[in-house]
Design a protein around this ligand. Structure first.
Ligand code: SF4
Ligand code: SF4
Ligand code: FES
Length: 243
């Protein structure tokens, strides 16, 4: 057992402050277990999001030590401790409702803008492992919002669809039984895909190891070759990478 200091950024709808809690952890204690322990035994006013506790539902994402975005249910506290402390904040780019609870509706409603659902072709074709491989990784997206939270583009282009939207575009565009085909690329254009600055923060932070930036790159490359994507730095935001 080890004793660590957990600092949590609090918000009650009006004011922000930081609370500190002393907790005992072992090698396997996850951050969500610590938050639940605090809530159940020390401070029932502490609010956070948790559901599956198995890295499947995507609800428990938080920012830690001002630098990492993680799933609290998947990450062991031991890996996060710095000089005996862990600082926990809500994810960014979304409104905070209370403490660590954020409004995921901000990125979930945006999914409609890219028709992030399957549109079946009339005649279904058999799917072989090599077909599935083209978008298998993207089907792992759990809509946790980590990539959305970490993306720097929203500060400059409010119309930017965001990395989650482009992962969904990629997933359905690569599926031969999806009927929309190049319409999906046009939707990516409409959602300012060219505002992406290819910093790769989304790829590095994604808890499901989805190559988000690479997907965006592929969509952009294809769209420009076909003349579907015409914007250069959608929203008037140009990048040092020539996209
Ligand atoms: S690579 Fe693009 S989408 Fe990903 S975080 Fe950077 S700017 Fe955002
Ligand atoms: S792409 Fe990764 S980081 Fe972004 S919402 Fe999906 S699982 Fe989360
Ligand atoms: S509680 Fe479901 S992903 Fe963490």
């Amino acid at each position: 057992m080890e004793s660590v200091n957990i600092k949590v950024k609090r918000f009650d709808g009006n004011r922000e402050w930081i609370d500190e809690y002393r907790v005992d952890i072992d090698e396997r204690t996850t951050l969500v277990e610590v938050l639940m322990n605090i809530h159940d035994n020390v401070d029932p006013t502490l609010s956070f999001r948790v559901q599956c506790r198995a890295a499947i539902c995507g609800t428990c994402a938080v920012r830690v030590n001002g630098e990492r975005h993680i799933l609290a249910c998947k990450t062991k506290v031991k890996e996060l401790v710095k000089e005996g402390e862990v600082f926990v904040e809500p994810i960014s780019n979304v409104d905070v409702i209370k403490d660590l609870v954020t409004d995921h509706g901000q990125f979930l409603y945006k999914l409609k803008d890219v028709k992030a659902w399957f549109e079946p072709v009339e005649e279904f074709q058999p799917v072989y492992p090599e077909d599935l491989q083209k978008f298998d990784k993207e089907t792992d997206c759990i809509l946790c919002g980590v990539c959305y939270s970490i993306c720097p583009v929203f500060e400059m282009d409010k119309e930017f669809g965001g990395p989650i939207n482009f992962v969904k575009v990629f997933r359905f565009w690569k599926d031969k039984n999806d009927a929309l085909g190049d319409e999906r690329i046009a939707l990516a254009d409409k959602n300012h895909i060219t505002s992406c600055v290819h910093c790769k923060y989304c790829t590095f932070a994604c808890p499901k190891q989805i190559p988000v930036e690479q997907d965006i790159m592929q969509i952009e490359f294809y769209g420009k070759q076909k003349g579907i994507i015409k914007q250069q730095g959608g929203g008037g935001f140009s990048t040092p990478f020539g996209f």
